[in-house]
Design a protein around this ligand. Structure first.
Ligand code: GDP
Ligand code: MG
Length: 204
């Protein structure tokens, strides 16, 4: 049995639903009173990907630092995939995605220099006060190098698992192309795990 360990970042402005998304994906619940801590929280979820492969996802959720629209390099270190999230009822949160993606591409790259797979999620599509159209999301997603974009509702549990599977699929495809023999041996395909970080949260 092969096991992949994938560090995935969840970025986006405050209040777009990042923590709710991680919580929903990991525990299956939507908790309206979910309180974020300050720092970085991370959660782990094991997926039985196929008969021969398990995927252990390490989801890094920024908390309380969204206002900076920029994270330290340590946060990005070893990341193999990223979710950029916005809220369809907030055009500002959509506009910020450009900065989040740029910050990501500046600070995290694959060993071959390409940007890491990234998916754009339009959350809160259950709400009627939507201000960002599918057309503009689609254009933005293509112009900014996202692997895909999807409408999600963490509240209604719409597309949460699908979005993560789409991203994992993309990461595994990219990783297997990096692993091909003609490429140089890579030493940073898997994240460095700081043992102190294994259990806790807010440590970085
Ligand atoms: P974060 O700051 O990005 O981590 O956002 P939170 O996960 O803390 O969520 C911010 C607020 O949005 C909370 O009140 C959530 O209950 C709410 N929220 C999250 N996802 C959804 C959704 O899909 N639909 C609706 N209507 N509200 C949501
Ligand atoms: Mg949060």
């Amino acid at each position: 049995m092969n096991e992949h360990l994938l560090k995935i970042l969840i970025v986006g402005d405050g209040n777009v639903g990042k923590s709710s998304f991680v919580h929903r994906f990991v525990s299956g619940q939507f908790n309206k009173t979910y309180k974020s801590t300050v720092g970085v929280d991370f959660s782990v979820k094991l997926l039985h990907w196929s008969e021969r492969e398990k995927v252990r996802l390490q989801l890094w959720d920024i908390a309380g630092q969204e206002r900076f629209i920029s994270m330290t390099r340590i946060y990005y270190k070893g990341a193999l995939g990223c979710v950029v999230m916005f809220d369809v009822t907030s055009s500002n949160s959509f506009l910020s995605c450009r900065h989040w993606k740029r910050d990501l591409d500046n600070k995290a790259t694959l060993p071959n220099g390409n940007s890491i797979p990234c998916i754009l999620l339009a959350n809160k599509c259950d709400l009627s006060q939507r201000v960002v159209s599918s057309d503009s999301i689609d254009r933005f997603s293509k112009a900014n190098g996202f692997a895909a974009w999807m409408e999600v509702s963490v509240k209604d549990n719409k597309n949460v698992g699908e979005a993560m599977r789409r991203l994992v699929k993309e990461i595994l495809t990219v990783q297997s192309s990096l692993d091909e023999p003609e490429t140089e041996p890579q030493d940073c395909v898997y994240p460095d795990l700081d043992s102190q970080c294994e259990r806790g949260s807010g440590c970085c």
